[in-house]
Write a protein that binds this ligand. Structure first.
Ligand code: TXA
Ligand code: MG
Length: 318
């Protein structure tokens, strides 16, 4: 027997007992604990080996729970919540006093979202508290888009991965904050810049790759496979250059040419960005398990979700 189960009541029991449970969301699996249990939150940091300055995201089941987290909600945040929740949008808000500093990395702000996943929502409705949850991967590693990814990472240190199928979005939520009435994007994610701007007008993007980031998901090196990865506009050229090596090829769409790579994964044969996003992490998990010397990844078009996928691949390559 593994630790993967569909038993929501078991998850409720563990979370009520200050334990950590892996949960499905529409973006990636999360490692969840009660926001009111510092003991359980501490376990999240330990299990993930995550530095304490890197804050967690609070998951609530509906905007009606927002007053538990923050009482200063900018007008634009209300508009965005109405439009995109449940969904892959995380908002940074001024935190309420009783929200633990451990959860927020000592910041006076807190990250919050309503996940768009039936099992996550049912679980949240069965609990007397919201859940703090970062992605369920060890620090710096590839995020999990399937329950087995989580089991492989943490089998000895957690008791339950709640089964929710393959995450339909497949990359993390988009993170925005509010500075002087302006919407600032801190992390590219499953909700595209185009969709956000259609709802709220022009936004400012501070998605820099840095060593000392606003949102540590922005660390230059992140989301990394163990295998060396290069991101290129010209994979044929790269493949030629590395012909003496055991290479895995990660292509955006079908090129129908003969490839001499050891393994090739195509994210979307039809070139659909949404499909490509949903397959990105399982493709990286798979290529990383093959003992390759190198992964050559094809750069995607830099619009819509292509931009978010390129962001992850750049960090994986860094
Ligand atoms: O899609 C997602 O967002 C997934 C699922 C599980 O919800 N969660 C996720 O969590 O990606 P995590 O911990 O891997 O990323 C959370 C990001 C980090 O980059 C963190 O620095 C940022 O959110 N963050 C959290 N609180 C913040 C705050 N108060 N100010 C700025 N950034 C914050
Ligand atoms: Mg993460």
């Amino acid at each position: 027997m593994g630790i993967i189960s569909s038993d929501i009541s078991k998850a409720v029991e563990l979370l009520n007992a200050n334990e950590v449970v892996a949960i499905p969301t529409e973006t990636v699996y999360g490692l969840a604990a009660s926001i009111y249990s510092e003991e359980a939150i501490r376990k999240i940091f330990e299990i993930k080996q995550r530095p304490l300055f890197n804050p967690l995201i609070v998951h609530i089941h509906s905007p009606e729970q927002l007053p538990l987290i923050s009482t200063e909600i900018p007008e634009k945040a209300k508009v965005l919540a109405k439009k995109f929740w449940p969904g892959p949008l995380t908002m940074i808000l001024k935190k309420k006093e009783n929200i633990s500093d451990l959860l927020t990395g000592g910041k006076d702000t807190v990250a919050v979202r309503v996940p768009d996943h039936p099992i996550a929502l049912e679980l949240l409705r069965s609990l007397a508290f919201p859940l703090a949850a970062p992605s369920a991967n060890p620090f710096n590693r590839i995020s999990p888009s399937k329950s087995v990814h989580v089991q492989e990472y943490f089998k000895d240190s957690i008791q339950l991965v709640l089964e929710g199928g393959e995450c339909k979005r497949g990359i993390e939520s988009t993170i925005v904050g509010f500075e002087n009435e302006k919407v600032i994007l801190y992390r590219l994610g499953s909700l595209s810049v185009e969709e956000l701007e259609a709802a709220i007008g022009k936004i400012e993007i501070k998605n820099k790759k840095t060593e000392n980031p606003q949102a540590p998901g922005m660390l230059a090196k992140h989301y990394s496979p163990r295998t060396k990865l290069i991101l290129t506009n010209n994979w044929k050229e790269s493949l030629k250059e590395h012909s003496h090596q055991k290479v895995g090829l990660l292509l955006f769409k079908d090129h129908a040419q003969e490839q001499k790579a050891h393994e090739t994964i195509t994210l979307s044969a039809a070139g659909d960005l949404k499909e490509a996003a949903s397959k990105l992490y399982s493709a990286l998990h798979e290529l990383d398990s093959l003992d390759l010397e190198l992964i050559i990844a094809e750069r995607l078009p830099d619009n819509d979700l292509g931009r978010s996928i390129n962001d992850r691949l750049e960090r994986a390559a860094s």
